[in-house]
Design a protein around this ligand. Structure first.
Ligand code: HEM
Length: 294
C-alpha cells in the first residue's frame, strides 16, 4: 500500500522518539505543515494530526474524534489530546533525537512540543513485564485491512487512525506476584508465550480477543517500552481503519461491558491518551491534498 506512511506497516525500530505538539493560536499552521510535507518520511517518521487541527484545516473527517476519557470500574482512562503526533523511528537514540529535531524545526513557527518520550525495543519485542507484545497482530493483507482507511474517498486512501497511550507500570507490584499470577494477568505463559488454556476472564488476552467482538475488533499494535526518571512502562500505539476497534477494546478492558476489569490494571495504568489521523503519502511525502491549506 504505497499511499500509507511506511512506518505504520514496518517492523518496530530499535529506538524511537515520540513528540506530541500543540498548535500556537493564530500561527500559520498551513505553512508549517507544508514545510513538514517536504520531508521524505520513509520508514523514519510516522505523523498524525489531531482532530481539532484537521477540523480547522477544513477537512470534514467524520471518523476523526478526540480521545475520550473513560471512567471504568476502579480505573480512570485519561484523555490528553494534542494537535500533532510524531513518531521518529531509528536504529540509535541519537538518530531518533536528530530526526525529531528536524521536524520540530520545520514546524516551529506554528507548533510547540508539549510531551516528549523516548522508546526502545526490549529484547525481541517484549513489554518490560517480560511478555512478548504483538504476537496476535494481523499480518500482511490482514494488517492493511485492520490499520488503513477502508472507505471510498480516494483522497483518504492509505490513511490511518492511531490511538496513543502512555502506560506507566509498577514493575515491583508485578514482580511481587507468583509466576502463575503474572501469567494469568496476561493470559499467556511468560516462559514460552503459549496462550493459557484456562486463562481467567480478567486475563488481558481474554479481554481483548479481537475476534470476540461484534464486529471483530482488529488493531495493528506498534507499542514500545519507555523508561526515564519518571518511571517506566509501555507507549501503546494502535493503528486502525477507524477508532472503533480500539474504543470497543478499551471499554471491555475497564469493565464497562461486564464489570470485569483487565488484569493489566493490577500493575499498570494509562497516564496519557490521544487520537490522531495519519494522512496518506505520495512518493513518501505527506499528502495533505485532502486539507484546505490555502
Ligand atoms: C500496559 C499496557 C499493555 C500491555 C503491557 C499489553 C501487553 C499485551 C500482551 C503481552 C499481549 C499478548 C501478546 C500479543 O498478542 O500481543 C497483548 C495482546 C493484546 N493487546 Fe495488549 N497490552 C497493553 C495495552 C493494550 C490496550 C490499551 C489495548 C487495546 C485497547 C490492547 C490490545 C491488545 C490486543 C488486541 C491483543 C491481542 C488479543 C488477541 O486477539 O489475542 N492492549 N497485549
Amino acid at each position: 500500500m504505497d499511499t500509507a506512511q511506511a512506518g505504520i506497516l514496518a517492523d518496530l525500530p530499535e529506538h524511537a522518539r515520540y513528540l506530541e505538539m500543540f498548535a500556537i493560536p493564530g500561527a500559520d499552521k498551513a505553512s508549517a505543515l507544508r514545510k513538514l510535507a517536504r520531508l521524505n518520511l520513509g520508514e523514519q517518521f510516522v505523523i498524525g494530526l489531531g482532530p481539532a487541527l484537521v477540523r480547522e484545516l477544513g477537512l470534514p473527517l467524520a471518523q476523526h474524534r478526540a480521545f475520550t476519557s473513560l471512567t471504568g470500574v476502579g480505573c480512570e482512562i485519561p484523555s490528553t489530546q494534542t494537535d500533532l503526533w510524531i513518531w521518529s523511528r531509528a536504529t540509535d537514540p541519537g538518530q531518533a533525537m536528530h530526526a525529531a529535531r528536524t521536524c520540530q524545526n520545520l514546524l516551529q513557527e506554528a507548533f510547540y512540543t508539549t510531551h516528549l518520550l523516548d522508546g526502545f525495543l526490549y529484547k525481541t519485542g517484549l513489554d518490560l513485564s517480560g511478555y512478548e507484545d504483538g504476537t496476535e497482530n494481523p499480518q500482511g493483507d490482514d494488517a492493511i485491512a485492520a490499520a488503513l482507511y477502508a472507505g471510498h474517498d480516494k483522497q483518504l486512501s492509505g490513511s490511518s487512525f492511531v490511538a496513543v497511550q502512555k502506560w506507566k507500570h509498577d514493575l515491583n507490584a508485578m514482580a511481587a506476584l507468583s509466576q502463575q499470577d503474572q501469567d494469568n494477568i496476561i493470559g499467556r505463559r511468560q516462559s514460552d508465550n503459549l496462550e493459557l488454556a484456562n486463562a481467567p476472564a480478567f486475563a488481558h488476552v481474554k479481554r481483548t480477543a479481537q475476534e470476540d467482538f461484534e464486529p471483530e475488533a482488529f488493531l495493528l499494535r506498534r507499542s514500545m517500552p519507555w523508561a526515564n526518571e519518571t518511571g517506566e512502562g509501555l507507549n501503546f500505539v494502535a493503528f486502525g481503519k477507524s477508532f472503533d476497534a480500539f474504543e470497543a477494546q478499551m471499554r471491555r478492558m475497564v469493565g464497562l461491558d461486564d464489570g470485569i476489569v483487565d488484569g493489566l490494571f493490577r500493575f499498570s495504568r494509562p497516564i496519557t491518551g490521544a487520537n490522531y489521523w495519519c494522512p496518506p503519502v505520495q512518493n513518501g511525502h505527506l499528502n495533505l491534498s485532502a486539507l484546505c491549506l490555502a
